[in-house]
Design a protein around this ligand. Sequence first.
Ligand code: SF4
Length: 481
Amino acid sequence: MKVKEACGVVGISAVPPTRVAPQMYVGLLALQHRGQESSGLCTVSEEGLESRRRKGLVSKFSGTEIDRRKGWAGIGHVRYSTTGAVRLREAQPFLFSAGNTRLALAFNGTIANYRVLRKELRRERYKFLTCTDTETIAQLFAAKLRKTGHDYISSFESLMEELIGGYSLAILNEKGDLFAVRDPFGFKPLCLGRLSQESFSVSSESVAFDTMSGQLVRDVKPGEVVKVNHDSVEGVQIQKEERHAHCMFEYVYFSRPDSVIDGRSVYQVRQRLGRKLAKIHPAKADLIIPVPDSGRGAATGFSIESGLPIREGLMKNRYIGRTFIMPTQGFREFSVKLKLNPVRSVVEGKNIVLVDDSIVRGTTIKHIVRLLRSVGAKSIHLRISCPPIIMPCYMGIDFPTRRELIAADYSVEEICQYIGADSLGYMSVDGLAEAIEIPRNQLCLACLTGDYILRERLKGQSVEALETAFSRRLPSPRQEP
Ligand code: SF4
């Protein structure tokens, strides 16, 4: 069984006897959009590491339970798996041992060669409780710690040499040392914040610091390990790649607009994408309607550039989760029907520019176009702030197989026809890089271009590693969408 994750991590180190659990809980709530299937907190006190995990939302933890938690340092996690099964034992933080030392790990990303690593560890008699790449990282790190006599930096160095993938890690030991680790290409975001004079934090996104009344200090650099204590932060550059590969989709869709990632405001990026879209694909229309919530930033940019008014023509049921992170296609279709309702008084008789962030399968946007037509939209010009997604992601974002990606086999005209829009305009790949303000060769654009940077690193690996990473989702024959 394959398990992949697109998750969020948070960690805090404060001075004893501060109790960090309430702040961590708030930080995790801010990262809830990164995963809704399970959540967990692990704190360290004089009694050692204590971990609690729940299926479902962070709010499943009771206030009393959080208030009572001891511990001056901790890590937390929200998880989204791409497998149908959601099991508590695969929830994180993941507890493990290296000799007599207990540790906890929270992980966001995907390890392309984890099956090969796992097999090797099994040969060395390591036992596994789950099928996740998380446990493989944990066991591998435990092996490194044992070999180096618990020299953490040498162990991370050796770990980074073996892991091939996109990953951001938070690791906590029984002494309360908190380590933040980002892969050498910087696929996944990870940043460092300060919560008070005596408290530092790490998080997948800076928005967690805002909610915890703290401040963003800086990003963890690709290939860096940062050791965080309540009174010090020590960064060690373990690996330095000339080429980085920051995931473009964090800016386009996945991260919260109020986050700052690698020095760029996600909201400003989305607005620049909208302005560019208006220049590349102008439309004669009466108004702009964003697909809530992810289309809003780009719709604002489109409005600024085009001078067209922006109106809320689609109302969202806020109690239904994002379709993208529901576990199966059956759930997704059901949730779309529950999720959005058109506002007749805004839509009827109008020529509309409908702005959304991306098209994956095409089923959601087709439904939205149909909804707008059902209340009298005169024409619908669809504008998408992400270029066509033509390949799967192997670095931790849950895109479906190539067979399910509508842009993999169909032209823009064919997609427009399928969706039922009057026109369709996508952002270009160059326009996307310009809007993010990161050079094209420092971004991961693999799902748009097929240029997988990890393919290079996997050269010389066993055939099995290559298969694990790239061959399970072979291009499919052309099918009707
Ligand atoms: S393939 Fe796409 S979604 Fe995956 S890391 Fe690269 S840019 Fe992000």
